[in-house]
Write a protein that binds this ligand. Sequence first.
Ligand code: ZN
Length: 120
Amino acid sequence: MFWLDVDLPAQTATLHRSECMHVFPKATDRRGVNKMKSEGGWFSFNSAGEAMRFHKIKRLSGDVKACLYCKPLEHLDDFAMAGLDISTPRTGCDACGTNIEILDTKSNYRRLLDKLIGAK
Ligand SMILES: [Zn+2]
């Protein structure tokens, strides 16, 4: 389980693992739990991707930040990408297209390179 701490005044959203010590979902007058209030709130998700999607669909400003303490996105390291030595933003957002499925690595890498720097 993951929690997204949406802070509307600060325009930030921080993703945590549910067991993180920084997770303290508590509904107040201005912050809800799984309910958006005037200053945001805490939202629970089964996966980090769902949290990212929620952030995007709700058109929340700013980026989703991964908590530095519980590192909720650590498991999303893409080995294929690492093998190709291509750096991707570590958002793990499967909705914004940073995850590129690589099956036939060589030709896809070529195609990707051509796309990025233009075919010779
Ligand atoms: Zn955390």
